[in-house]
Design a protein around this ligand. Structure first.
Ligand code: BGC
Length: 423
């Protein structure tokens, strides 16, 4: 690593993980889990109510036909990644990426309670072996929100007694794959999952209950701690953490008492509460960064109106810098940017987003923060949960109507060249 005029470290350390992320349900296709059941039951209603959710977006006229079609909300064949993973790994290489974050689909491994599906177990083994053979660091994520139907029928993470089923899954993953891995992420964004599924009632099981929400949140803390112990016991070399969504939260009106208070509450509740509960059970902090959020009054979010992504989200990629600094100040643990990206079908903003994110990381590194890797969200266009197929997050576009054709976006080509120049 080089030093600047005042002796600070500049540039990215040797062995820095340049990668991309996906999650099983969003790309694999052919899954049967609690989300597929929910999608099929709600697609028609989501299509009917689309204007209410997206009517305000600048591209409404362009997206109207897609978002009012129920098929937008069904994951179906995904982008066929389950079958095409080798080709997708070749694309990773083509983009000069040396790492890949992916997720195991629990409902494939254990479609019925306590019965393991050998062909799925073999599939993920071959998948990991392929990555290693191609010199791509596999970062395995155990849980990215989807669950087998039998598990949700038992009440999923709302019941403390159900954590034992997750323990068993973790043990299985440790036994089958632990020796081949260096990095494991146990949970993806417990904060987003809990609030969307249990507080605001958007995602299955669509509850709006603070009582259940807090119980789920707490049980996920326990699930992670137990998973950490199981994995460490089986493979002490493993580096384990969660991927949490960290927002750069700011007061809308500086010096306003309410805005400052809301900001403090949100920073603690959203960003730090969970991480603080697991601080002794993590080897790195996994940061998913998408948002700079401005809070006002009684925890009301009012963000600047421009610039906006296709989803209408305010874009401030530079916000990665303060959030990484704060995460470091809180936990003094290496940080991995486990997700970061933008919905941008026309590829108008992605290059700028990538460039600002790289600068933000470089500035953070020069402040002495240990950052181990950056995983862009996402490698491929994928299924955006309740928003369905229309938002495009991929470095690589996927044309689901024409043989799932993959096309590397111009911003991704720029990214590939940039990584080369930085390595
Ligand atoms: C999730 C991803 C999702 C992305 C973009 C993250 O919060 O982990 O699954 O696709 O945001 O919405």
């Amino acid at each position: 690593m080089q030093e600047d005029a005042i002796g600070a470290k500049v540039g990215f350390p040797k062995g820095f993980m340049w990668g991309a992320s996906t999650s099983a349900h969003q790309v694999e296709g052919g899954n049967h889990n609690h989300w597929t059941v929910w999608e099929l039951a709600h697609a028609a209603e989501l299509a009917k109510t689309a204007q209410k959710r997206y009517g305000h977006l600048i591209d409404w006229e362009e997206i109207k036909t897609k978002v009012t079609n129920p098929s937008n909300y069904i994951s179906g064949r995904g982008v066929d990644h389950y079958k095409r993973y080798e080709d997708d790994f070749k694309v990773l290489k083509q983009l000069n990426l040396n790492s890949y974050r992916f997720c195991i689909e629990w409902s494939r491994l254990e479609p019925e309670e306590g019965k393991w599906n050998q062909s799925a177990i073999d599939h993920y083994r071959e998948y990991i072996e392929k990555l290693i053979e191609m010199d791509i660091e596999p970062v395995l994520n155990i849980w990215h929100w989807t669950m087998p139907v039998w598990f949700t029928n038992k009440g999923a993470f709302a019941k403390y007694s159900n954590i034992k089923y997750f323990d068993r899954l973790v043990q299985k993953i440790a036994d089958e794959y632990g020796h081949q891995l260096k990095y494991v992420i146990t949970l993806n964004e417990p904060n987003v999952y809990t609030s969307f599924s249990y507080l605001i009632g958007l995602w299955p099981p669509q509850e709006k209950s603070w009582f259940n929400g807090l119980q789920v949140y707490w049980n996920l803390v326990q699930a992670h701690r137990r998973a950490y112990k199981i994995l460490k016991k089986a493979h002490p070399h493993l580096q384990i953490g969660i991927a949490t969504q960290l927002a750069n939260i700011q007061a809308k009106r500086p010096h306003n008492l309410f805005d400052e208070l809301s900001t403090k509450i949100m920073r603690y509740g959203w960003n730090w509460w969970f991480l603080t509960r697991i601080r002794r059970y993590q080897d790195f902090v996994g940061c998913n960064y998408y948002f700079t959020d401005h809070y006002t009054g009684l925890m009301k979010r009012i963000n600047p109106k421009t610039p906006l992504s296709d989803l209408g989200w305010y874009m401030e990629p530079e916000g990665l810098y303060p959030i990484l600094l704060r995460a470091w100040a809180h936990y003094k643990k290496p940080i991995i940017v486990t997700e970061n990206g933008v919905a941008d079908a026309k590829d108008e903003h992605r290059r700028w987003w990538l460039e600002e994110s790289i600068i933000a990381m470089e500035r953070t590194i020069s402040e002495g923060v240990e950052i181990k890797g950056y995983f862009h969200w996402s490698l491929l266009d994928n299924f955006e949960w309740a928003d369905g197929w229309w938002p495009k997050f991929g470095l690589v576009a996927v044309d689901r109507e024409h043989g799932m054709r993959r096309t590397v976006r111009p911003s991704a080509k720029w990214f590939a060249a940039k990584i080369k120049s930085l390595s």
